[in-house]
Design a protein around this ligand. Structure first.
Ligand code: RIB
Length: 313
């Protein structure tokens, strides 16, 4: 039985690699186009599994060939897919993604089967997962379903980690059921109104999260690093310098790696440092799931860079 449960989306990412992301109205040559497994929920589950932790994914895929491929990939990565529904006559979630040489991207999301995940199913499934200690959620699934998942987890004494991406669905009602948040710069701005430029602005954003009932979190500020806050303190963690080629799924990778360390009892700062290393390594590789490093790759990277290694087992 899984210690970490993820409720979330599963998508087939259709990715075109270009030199530079085109501007509106511009036509550019692509370098290659690939179909690769993604979806914020699935990526998070794979990140947990690649850190050798038991993880169950609760979500929906379609019965198209993309659905079959997505299911197969998740199984290969050792994600427990027994709670993943494959719906008849339904298209799987899909995205159209463009990634440029700098690794930056934009994403267009088509919900497909993800839209059909229902509240009752999610509630019953979480209630039945007796070993679940941490619930990881993001916001590509219907709002009321995510809310129900968080409420159910709360009732069961399960810690809820909210990765508020995409942040356009975040409400104060939702936030009250999160124990911990992992927003990036843009999500922090949308939720708190604060643009993080320095420690003082990070502190203000953290204070607003606390006023909304969240006492712990990691505010990610891209290539700069991240601010970890709890009731009393705030700690800055430097970003790890790497040559980024594909940032798709880096945030999901961070969330999954963070949850893996957190469930093992590492401190908030240690869990964030671990996630920082795993996500840094992810952006050096292509593919939202394929690019997520294994625990062995993380250990090797730490040794190579002389970084403290927080891998637990
Ligand atoms: O966070 C990255 C993910 O967002 C991609 O894999 C894509 O599927 C979109 O959902």
């Amino acid at each position: 039985m899984a210690k970490i449960c993820v409720v979330g989306s599963v998508n087939m990412d259709i990715v075109t690699y270009v030199n530079d992301i085109p501007v509106r109205g511009q036509t550019v040559n692509g370098k290659k186009l690939v179909e690769t497994a993604g979806g914020k929920g699935a990526n998070q589950a794979v990140a947990v599994a690649k850190q050798n932790k038991d993880v169950a994914l609760i979500g929906c895929i379609g019965d198209d060939y993309h659905g079959d491929m997505l299911l197969q990939r998740l199984r290969e990565y050792n994600v427990d897919t027994s709670k993943l529904k494959q719906l008849q006559d339904t298209a799987s979630g899909k995205t159209s993604i463009v990634v440029e040489d700098s690794g930056e991207n934009f994403i267009i999301y088509l919900e497909g089967a993800n839209k059909k995940l229902d509240k009752g199913y999610v509630r019953n499934t979480i209630q039945a997962e007796k070993n679940c200690e941490v619930l990881l959620v993001q916001l590509e699934s219907p709002y009321d379903v995510v809310l129900e998942a968080m409420k159910t987890a709360h009732e069961q004494g399960i810690k809820v980690i909210l990765d508020p991406a995409p942040s356009n669905h975040v409400t104060d009602e939702l936030l009250q059921y999160a124990h911990l948040v992992l927003p990036n710069e843009q999500e922090t701005r949308e939720i708190t109104g604060i643009t993080i430029t320095d420690e003082a602005s990070a502190l203000t954003a953290a204070t607003i999260f606390k006023q909304k009932g969240i006492e712990q979190g990691v505010l990610k500020v891209g290539a700069t690093g991240s601010y970890v806050f709890d009731k009393q303190d705030m700690t800055f963690i430097d970003a790890i310098q790497v040559k980024a080629i594909d940032t798709v799924g880096a945030g999901d990778c961070f969330a999954g790696a963070f949850a893996s360390a957190y469930v093992d009892g590492l401190s908030l700062v240690e869990a964030a440092k671990h996630a920082n290393i795993v996500a840094a390594l992810k952006v050096t590789k292509a593919g939202a799931q394929d690019g997520i490093p294994t625990q062995k790759e993380v250990k090797d990277f730490c040794a190579e860079r002389n970084l403290p290694c927080y891998v637990t087992k």
